[in-house]
Design a protein around this ligand. Sequence first.
Ligand SMILES: [Zn+2]
Length: 294
Amino acid sequence: MDNGHIQVGNIAVRRVCESETLRMPLSSLGPVEALIERHRSWLYPRFARSEDDSFSLNFQTWILDLDGFVVVIDPCNGNGRDRPEMPHFHRLNTPFLERFAEAGYALDRVDAVFCTHLHCDHCGWNTRLRDGRWVPTFPNARYYFIEDEVRRWDPTQPGYREVYYNINVFEDSVQPVIDAGLATLVPSDHQIAPGVVIQPAHGHSDGHCVLRVDHDRTRLWFTGDAFHHPLQVIDPRLTLGGDDDLARAIATRERLRETIAAEDSYFMPAHFQAPHAGKIALEAGEFRFVPLDG
Ligand SMILES: [Zn+2]
């Protein structure tokens, strides 16, 4: 176990786990039988369970601390939400905030919050319930929301399209931050701080973005839901579904894996099982995920 502390090159990242109990069949990614056969040696037992060929879709948040500038990335689902269409996220009561404290950070030390996109499992802990009201969880933070995402998910905007898995999310996890004056709406290419840059990675949702971090000779990409499982590094056509634009999501995966492999930079997806991060290698014409511990 990583104790929440993961060393990625020269950058220390903390992981705060919300849950590791949602299991998905590998087959939910698409036709994977041939891939499983070819990659069995490293898939099992870490990225798939042999009893039922399932994997864990982890829900976890990253804390990035760059010489005291603290960024929270993709703050999970949050407690106490009404998600009747999504039983796994409905009225959660997890010790996420206790785990956040155990990671060594008081909530008021967070300088920035970044949501790669505004699906329920990436923006929930933006807020918490206080005296019957949703209030920002990180009172001193600037929250960076992608303009295209707000246009796509704000029910009062013409770009809004309802999907069952994201009902109520904008209302309880995004609007209260805007109302509190802590939100900054930014384009898909925006520098939060020196070396901390939002980059477009559209497709999974209309405005989905990633975060590129350069610090102390290490480059790290927080890639959100551009990838849900290591098999998608090998075959970008695989998808867990829920994409606003699948063709665009596939093109994004292709571009990101090429970039990350060519740069030899680190890759930090939102949902991967331990060790959660790694690199991407191009070997004999095939891309593959190289976990942090090899
Ligand atoms: Zn997600």
